[in-house]
Design a protein around this ligand. Sequence first.
Ligand code: NDP
Length: 603
Amino acid sequence: MTDTTTADTETRAFDPDVLREKYRRERDKRVREDGNSQYVRIADRFAQFSEDPYVETPIQRAPLTDEVEVLVIGGGFGGLLAGVRLRNAGVKQIRMLESAADFGGTWYWNRYPGAACDIESYVYLPLLEETGYTPIERYARAPEIFEHSRRIARQYNLYDDVCFQTSVTELRWDDSIERWVVHTNRGDAMKARFVVMSNGPLNSPKLPGIPGIETFKGHAFHTARWDYAFTGGDVRGNLDRLSNKRVGVIGTGATAVQCVPHLGASAKALYVFQRTPSAVNVRGDRPTDPEWVKTLAPGWQKRRMENFNILVSGGYQAEDLVSDGWTEAFRELVHIARKEGAEGLSPDKLAELAELADFATMERIRGRVDQVVRDHEVAEALKPWYRQFCKRPCFHDEYLETFNRPNVTLVETNGHGVERITESAVIANGQSFEVDCLVYATGFEVGTKFTQRTGYEIYGRDGRSITEAWANGVRSLHGIMVNGFPNLYLLGGAQGGFTANYPHNLDEQATHVAYVIDQAQSRQACTVEPTVEAETAWVGQIIDKARNAEKFLKECTPGYYNNEGRPEEANRQNTTYGGGSVEYFYILTAWRDQGDLAGLALK
Ligand code: NDP
């Protein structure tokens, strides 16, 4: 054991070389030849897995062929924030378009028992000061977030012109009228001068391509379409109709971590099929303290969001305002760096210390498993062996405890996953587990074809499709605007920013879009789009910065963060801005402050 190992981290001593080697072995075990194509798209014979189980009244309406100023596709936080920032800029005619039956986006669809956000609600829920709303608890549960989405829509009159239960089937630019024509599954051919797309990064649930999956005759559903008619109960749990059922859940990611405790509490028997364990840290939820709320000065939310974002991006802040499991690794880093004499550390030295801090945090997380889970073998199986940000970090105070229940079995598959599904059972490790119900907690499409995830093609100038324009990789300015696709704005996608606090990025982009549209109007421009030169320069930056992140991701266990273990095979152009969200937000702000719409062609 080397000196640095003892790193005095109020945790178990560790040997970095041993951990590195262990991480590598665990990773190699999981990298598969078929990568992302191991998953099955929810379409055709699996189409029923994406049907909306929550809609109360299916709408009937005549097709629309009218014209609006701005059409916003997507009623999640991205679409809502675009609506709000456009309202603030004085845009009156905004039509929202959404495939669900209400606003909320991911918080409309994800109503599985236990669904909640584990980014602190005071930084996650947008527009708290503007709406005068105070979250009930430190970590908001799904219904509260869904209701907050509706609150925003009400306050900014976004219900005034909304088409719910409407999915776009095609976006086509008509140069003769300089308008977008938006075709939908309801026969609409509405026109819009500007279109803002915020389709969500994780909007298409996916299934595992396990042999025999189509043969299962029991009840099955994906967590993003929870079937309460079958399970009973609601988002708070009490799944009373499962008391005589054997349930299998496939997947142990962030979603499973939240719903497994409820399944374990209600099902007659629960089998949790695990391929890779999540890192489950302390959640420490608590009611919002009204006395603390009284101390908040105007502008507090933006300050808190920025403070959190800088810290989780690896930057320095004198104070850690949120101080939770997300910023823990940073606190550890400061602690170690101080001991090393923080002044003048080279980037390589800092990276080395960050790795040590990560080891220390993960050792604590693994130690927690030993403290909670009584069966030694089960505890060992639940320990994650990778760096904390290789996968979505999880925070839960009942998940690990669930494996102490006599009716709950962890089916650990040593990185191999489920082998086969039959009419009535799940086969793993050569053993058959008979189940009445299968819950797929297997996540969402990432890295598949853009128009597969949106569900529609976009035809820009001269009928050129975005598929063609992006045949060799995404091209854009700031991840928001695309040459050849005038007056079109994309939120939350490739070549934009990425941060753990996802709505923060959406708000920065929505603010940017509202600015550009406002400028187009005040300069009386009919069309706005980036020049090829500006796009090429941005693409160059994206490719350059992607190299930085690749080294970290290459050593990570497979998952959707790293192209299922092969980040080097992903097109660098299709990544988010590798310089981090702090830098990205700065770039957007500085560009607006410059005031000359650099890189845009206005006609
Ligand atoms: P993930 O993609 O994170 O997890 C999918 C799970 O399915 C993984 O555990 C994966 O294993 C497993 N899996 C896939 N195929 C198989 C197989 N053949 N056999 C066994 N297991 C298999 O999806 P989630 O829905 O959990 O989370 C998606 C994202 O949604 C999160 O990353 C997060 O961004 C967001 N989210 C946020 C929450 C929050 O705020 N608290 C809560 C829930 C979700 P493996 O790891 O080996 O690939």
